[in-house]
Design a protein. Structure first.
Length: 252
């Protein structure tokens, strides 16, 4: 994949999941410098925050051409979001669908707050490019992941801080299979393996059960999307591409 290097710095919303890890690689391939920001909001799958450091360390070690680009990491305490939310991601509740059609894993205002705090951090550090892994193609229907929402938010943040921000969502029109393929294009099989091994998407925070596509309970909506995308990705790969050896499950 040809890359266009922008002589600027970017700030990536980096949760430690598949999508944000792919977006981090995307940013490293395109910008001179890249910083990361994560949020602790009392999520039940808080283990994703631990994965962030492992991912960053492996990126520096295994992709030396990106090592010098990967700069400061910021972790913001947004515990108040968990306190005011009554969702399956911030409470010990079964994952289900509400009458609205949205899963009860939807945390109202989460991505709006994430980008607002990222913009405030970017303003302080002189960064205008904000990168997030939101997707409207293969997702659970969250309204704050939609392209129209984020375009409007970009305008509001730029006006409200008098600082011209650019919100980048490289996965917006990609399904999960295409997201796996993008990782392969950016970093080959080593990056795909890193994402499978180190990133975390499971809403239940399960790091005990391992599958071909990575760790997870295998039953929550996040695992369903990740598994389905992996299956299509492997099926569509050319012989010898992306068909990595099976991963042995820790639970047998």
């Amino acid at each position: 994949m040809s890359q266009i290097i922008q002589r600027e710095a970017a700030l990536v919303l980096f949760s430690g999941g598949q999508d944000s890890t792919t977006c981090l690689a995307w940013a490293l391939a395109r910008f001179d410098q890249v910083e990361t920001i994560g949020f602790d909001y009392g999520q039940r799958h808080r283990v994703e925050l631990d994965c962030r450091q492992l991912i960053a360390a492996r990126l520096r070690r295994e992709f030396p051409h990106w090592a010098d680009k990967l700069g400061a990491d910021h972790v913001i305490d947004l515990g108040v979001l968990g306190q005011i939310s009554d969702t399956a991601l911030t409470r010990d509740a079964a994952i289900a669908y509400e009458k609205t059609g949205l899963p009860n894993t939807f945390v109202p205002g989460r991505n709006l707050l994430f980008f607002t705090f990222a913009a405030a951090t970017g303003y302080r550090r002189g960064l205008r490019h904000l990168v997030g892994g939101m997707c409207e193609t293969d997702y659970s229907g969250y309204p704050d992941c939609r392209d129209d929402t984020l375009k409007a938010l970009q305008a509001v943040l730029s006006l409200g801080m008098d600082h011209r921000f650019a919100i980048h969502t490289p996965l917006m029109w990609r399904d999960k299979a295409a997201t796996w393929a993008l990782a392969r294009d950016l970093g080959g099989t080593p990056l795909v393996d890193l994402i499978r091994e180190e990133s975390h998407s499971c809403y239940n925070g399960d790091r005990m059960h391992r599958h071909d596509w990575g760790y997870g309970c295998g039953a929550c909506p996040a695992c369903d999307l990740r598994r389905a995308g992996w299956d299509v990705y492997v099926k569509n790969c050319h012989p010898g591409e992306g068909r990595d050896p099976p991963i042995n499950s820790r639970d047998g």
